[in-house]
Write a protein that binds this ligand. Structure first.
Ligand code: THU
Length: 145
């Protein structure tokens, strides 16, 4: 599956844009939508959800990953994130790590704003030398090592 195929990319963009309209952003007024493409071709969307206790808010990417899991999705191939512009949105460090849990270095991160797609990276570019599930693969048999 090629997430950059025009028809699929447009579906991702529209899902992300629609999710953005649900953003709960009374504090920053910075509405974000995210749409994750899983390895079965399903799309899962989410928005950012802020909180009066500021650190308790979370990003659109986190909502979208939760939606993926709730729908039975396992692996993410791409995420398209839509912000308000004019600066190109880029996932925060925490979201890069959250994406790493469900994707590899080739996961595509596509930034958009209401005018359209602005920039594309791979997760490997935005989170090089990452720590991931593979690091823990052998730790169960070596609890102290
Ligand atoms: N935010 C996201 O939802 N995703 C990003 O990629 C960048 C930032 C949110 C967090 C917060 O609700 C608002 O944008 C301003 O930081």
């Amino acid at each position: 599956m090629d997430p950059l195929a025009p028809a699929l990319l447009e579906r991702l963009r529209l899902a992300s844009q629609a999710a953005r309209t649900h953003a709960h952003v009374p504090y920053s007024h910075y509405a974000v939508g995210a749409a994750v493409l899983d390895d079965q071709g399903a799309i899962h969307a989410g928005c950012n959800v802020e909180n009066a206790a500021y650190p308790q808010g979370w990003c659109a990417e986190a909502t979208a990953l939760g939606a993926m899991l709730m729908a039975g999705g396992k692996r993410a191939l791409a995420v398209l994130v839509t912000g308000p512009g004019p600066c190109v949105i880029t996932p925060c460090g925490g979201c890069r790590q959250k994406l790493r849990e469900f994707g590899d270095d080739g996961l595509l991160i596509i930034a958009a704003d209401p005018t359209g797609i602005r920039q594309t990276w791979t997760l490997g570019q935005l989170l090089p030398a990452s720590f991931g599930p593979g690091h823990l693969a052998h730790s169960a048999s070596h609890p102290k090592g």
